[in-house]
Write a protein that binds this ligand. Sequence first.
Ligand code: T4K
Length: 369
Amino acid sequence: MDNKPVFVTQPHLPPLEEFIPYLQTIWDNKILTNGGPMHQELESALCKYLGVEYISLFNNGTIALLTALQAMRVTGEVITTPYSFVATAHSLLWNGIKPVFVDVDPDTLNLDPRKIEAAITPQTTAILPVHCYGNPCDVVAIQRIADNYNLRVIYDAAHAFNVKDGGGSVLRHGDLSVLSFHATKVFNTFEGGAIVSPDEKTKKLIDQLKNFGYVDEVTVVAPGINGKLSEINAAFGLLQLKYIEGAVSRRRAIDEHYRAQFDAIVGVRPVEMIEGVAGNYSYFPILVEDEYPLSRDELYQKLKDNNIFARRYFYPLISDFPMYRGMQSANPTNLPIASQVSQKVICLPIYPELSHEDQLRIISIIAAR
Ligand code: T4K
């Protein structure tokens, strides 16, 4: 049997020769960065594709998160999830903000709105939820709480590229939504990210903040940062956008095949996606339950021994990392669901070029128990 390494994800790369004309244009223009023509074009193309009005491109999702918090003048304490990539909470610490961890919902693995209110203090200024694996948060309940307590809501939408709920793009919710276009994401610009704003004024402010706070050649209005996406990254995004529909439908087929097969395997439970949501199939998380004969880590190792490099997203919990674990809200007794799920989860390989043979191999290793 073929035993070449299979990774949790792999970027979708359009044919190299199709990238050459974009490079030629950059060479001809001699504009390499600072909001050049490719950058402008990608912003317009993404607004159209995602069905949002205002988007600001960034050099990565983490700088976009840092900037979103600055733009909303978030301070003090922010309620967030421990069940995410560490960048979510790091963006708070880098802004001198205290993360307050709240447990997740056992079905969606997103911040549980029923537990948010108990964590609000006079210092709380915002909520930073994550649409984990592209499953939308309970945006209605979160907004209700935010309105009652006058809090900002910034969604970490790093996994939610083009996810749509009944009303349209999930990125329209909250005060801002932050995307990641990292190489491992459904849509990538090698490194990259974006902030979706609700209005022109907010987009303008964000565009100033990502360019050191400059508004014109001689005027700086805020202590901004360098968050700009280069022309080469933007060009790659434009090319990738041409292939995105095909890439997502291939992911969907892989997702459906996994789900159909896992129905018959006792002790392995795929995380359900919310009904009525058009997802992006960015991850394929399974939970290894007690009925499965191997522990999660034994299965993870068995896959690894067979050259299948699955990942335990998200283990450890953010709240277990040294810079967070001393915080009161990081205590595992405060986070029972996140703590349990983090011990059970494995994200299986899913990406457009994953071959059917490799997928069958992964399933048979898991089914063999
Ligand atoms: N918020 C959330 C909820 C996030 O998930 C993330 C990022 C962020 C914020 C921050 O956004 P960015 O600042 O990154 O834009 C990866 C990614 O580095 C990270 O972007 C992502 N989340 C996180 C969930 O996963 P690692 O450390 O697991 O990546 P790595 O290098 O181990 O890659 C995983 C697999 O992907 C490799 O085994 C092989 C494959 N791969 C990877 C790269 C980089 C490729 O085939 N080609 C590649 O170029 O963090």
